[in-house]
Design a protein around this ligand. Structure first.
Ligand code: MG
Length: 260
């Protein structure tokens, strides 16, 4: 029943159009996990985001000590394993399953499940232990993405780490790159890091509403996270941000349909 409901919602959203002309692009935060039987950063949540027609599905990536990118949010598992310090084998042996019973996906498994669906990959590279580790991780991620023949317009990169954001730019990923930390104006983010967009927490953009126009004047995009409440969705839609990252992508898609 849930699958049917999700599929129908997807059809409706496609029929109504969810492109840039009808408001901000909808990005599911850690996938569309807010449904029975799903979990944040799970393959199931990615599939749900694809099914309801999200523009993009965000997910978090760490690279293990032996150079394997995996999809997981925290630096450590609940059992205390620091992902960047262990091999993939040790991680998989010691980590508990996700809340829906899936094991932690590798990036390769995640890309295989996505399989070039129209929903874009919004890949957040987590901040590793230092600049060198960030740069290494960015290189490994780009190699994995290229090995899967992901086209530059099928993926966007985001990072809190200035080193990581810069690494995607200097390694000529060819895709949009946005900075998450919120401590640079759009002009400074572009000048210092070379990024194509800002992806800032709601309160930052409420404090600096002028950064939205500033970014647009520079040809940069504005993404805002993590929007949950209906009135915040309305506020940032009216503020003409380009993308909204939300834990309730289904609700935002519905709201944008009503507004158009
Ligand atoms: Mg994230």
């Amino acid at each position: 029943m849930r699958r049917l409901a999700i599929a129908l919602l997807g059809l409706v959203s496609v029929a109504c159009g969810s492109g840039r002309n009808s408001g901000p692009q909808v990005i599911a935060h850690r996938g569309f996990w807010n449904t029975a039987g799903s979990a944040k950063n799970s393959i199931d949540a990615l599939r749900n985001a694809i099914e309801i027609g999200c523009y993009g599905s965000e997910f978090d990536v760490w690279v293990t000590a032996d150079g394997v990118p995996v999809v997981f949010h925290d630096a450590r598992t609940a059992t205390g394993i620091e992902i960047q310090s262990v091999t993939l084998d040790s991680l998989m042996q010691g980590a508990e399953p996700l809340a829906n019973g899936e094991r932690i996906p590798t990036l390769e498994e995640y890309l295989t499940a996505w399989n070039h669906a129209p929903t874009k990959l919004i890949l957040e590279l987590k901040s590793h232990r230092d600049a060198e580790a960030d740069d290494r991780a960015a290189g490994i991620v780009l190699d994995a993405v290229r090995a899967f023949s992901v086209a530059p317009d099928e993926i966007e990169y985001i990072a809190f780490s200035r080193h990581a954001a810069k690494a995607f730019v200097t390694r000529e990923c060819g895709s949009p790159v946005a900075y998450l930390e919120g401590d640079l104006s759009p002009a400074d983010a572009r000048k210092q890091l070379g990024v194509t967009g800002i992806d800032y927490q709601m309160n930052v953009l409420r404090e600096h509403p002028e950064w939205i126009d500033e970014a647009h004047d520079l040809g940069m995009t504005v993404n805002v996270w993590t929007v949950v409440a209906d009135d915040d969705m309305q506020h940032f839609t009216a503020a003409a941000v380009d993308q909204i990252t939300t834990d309730r992508p289904d609700a935002l898609i519905e709201q944008l349909k009503v507004e158009n």
